[in-house]
Design a protein around this ligand. Structure first.
Ligand code: HEM
Length: 255
C-alpha cells in the first residue's frame, strides 16, 4: 500500500487531496533531522494506529453485548431509547449519537468493568522523580492498573454490578479526558489515546446497528459468562455466541 501510494504521490493526482498517509510520507522527505520520519517510524505509526484501533473497539462491542444480554432490563432500556430517538423506519445516522445518552452510559459502564488495556501502556520516566512521597527511579516500567481502580469500592458503589445508570448523572466528571483518576481507561495527559472520539463513534454506531435492527437470542437460553483473559487486549475467554432475529419492518435496513 505504501509503495503504491509513493508512486501516486509523485503524480499530479495527489496534489489536492492529501490524506494521512500522504502527510506522513511527505515527512519522510523533509531533509530536516528534527521533523523528518524514517520509513521504519512511519510503519510503526501506522501499525500503532491499526492495532490500537481494531481489537480495543471490537472487544468493547463484544463485552457490551455480553453485559446487555446478561441484563435484559438494561437491554430493554437501550432498545426503548433507540426506538424513541431513531424510530423503527429510520437508519441510524451519526447525528443520532449525541442523543443516545443511555447507550453512551452502557458503553462507559462496559469500559469501566472491562477496560481493553487494563494496565494502559507502559510508561518510563527519563529522570528519577518523587511522586506523592514515592521515589520512581529513572527508566522504571510504570503500569497503571485501571482494571483494579475502576473496580475499587473506594470510588465505586457496588463495583462488580453492571449499572450504566451510575454514569447518567455524573457525565461531567466521568468523561474520557483522563481528568478523573477513578476512570481513565484511555490514559491521561499528553500520551492519552489519540483515537478517543473515533473509538466512541465506532463503538456506538456498531452497537446501535446491532440493537436497532435485531433482537438477540442466546442459544439454549444460556447466560454468556464474563471470564476475562489478557491477550493483546482484555478479551472474553469464550467468544459471545448470540442469534440475531430481524426486528425492523423496514427492509431497507437489511440491504
Ligand atoms: C476502546 C477503544 C480504545 C482504547 C480503550 C484505547 C486505549 C488506549 C490507551 C490506554 C493508550 C495509551 C495511553 C497511555 O500511554 O497512557 C492508547 C494510545 C493510543 N491509541 Fe488508543 N484506545 C482505543 C481506541 C483507539 C483508536 C480507535 C485509535 C486510532 C484511531 C487509537 C490510537 C491510539 C494511538 C495512536 C495511541 C498512541 C498515542 C501516543 O502514544 O501518543 N486508539 N490508547
Amino acid at each position: 500500500m505504501i509503495e503504491q501510494r509513493k508512486k501516486l504521490g509523485e503524480g499530479p493526482k495527489m496534489a489536492d487531496s492529501k490524506d494521512f498517509l500522504q502527510q506522513l510520507l511527505e515527512l519522510n522527505q523533509t531533509g530536516d533531522v528534527k521533523t523528518s520520519l524514517s520509513m521504519k517510524e512511519i510503519n510503526a505509526v501506522l501499525l500503532n494506529i491499526v492495532t490500537g484501533a481494531t481489537d480495543t473497539t471490537f472487544t468493547t462491542i463484544e463485552w457490551a453485548m455480553t453485559e446487555l444480554l446478561r441484563h435484559p432490563d438494561k437491554l430493554r432500556r437501550v432498545v426503548e431509547e433507540l426506538d424513541a430517538i431513531i424510530g423503527d423506519q429510520n437508519i441510524v445516522e451519526e447525528f443520532h449519537l449525541p442523543r443516545l445518552l443511555y447507550l453512551e452510559a452502557v458503553v462507559k459502564e462496559t469500559l469501566r468493568i472491562h477496560p481493553p488495556a487494563p494496565l494502559l501502556m507502559p510508561h518510563m520516566p527519563s529522570e528519577t522523580i518523587v511522586v506523592a512521597g514515592y521515589t520512581i527511579p529513572k527508566n522504571s516500567n510504570i503500569f497503571f492498573n485501571v482494571w483494579a481502580i475502576q473496580r475499587d469500592t473506594q470510588f465505586w458503589e457496588d463495583p462488580l454490578q453492571f449499572e450504566p445508570e451510575r454514569f447518567l448523572n455524573v457525565t461531567e466528571k466521568r468523561n474520557y479526558k483522563g481528568n478523573s483518576f477513578d476512570f481513565f481507561l484511555f490514559g491521561s495527559g499528553r500520551r492519552i489515546c489519540v483515537g478517543i472520539s473515533m473509538a466512541e463513534k465506532i463503538m456506538m454506531l456498531v452497537l446501535v446497528t446491532l440493537l436497532h435492527c435485531f433482537e438477540w437470542e442466546l442459544p439454549n437460553g444460556r447466560k454468556p459468562d464474563v471470564k476475562e483473559q489478557l491477550r493483546l487486549v482484555l478479551s472474553k475467554v469464550e467468544p459471545l455466541v448470540a442469534v440475531p432475529i430481524a426486528r425492523s419492518s423496514n427492509s431497507m435496513q437489511y440491504q
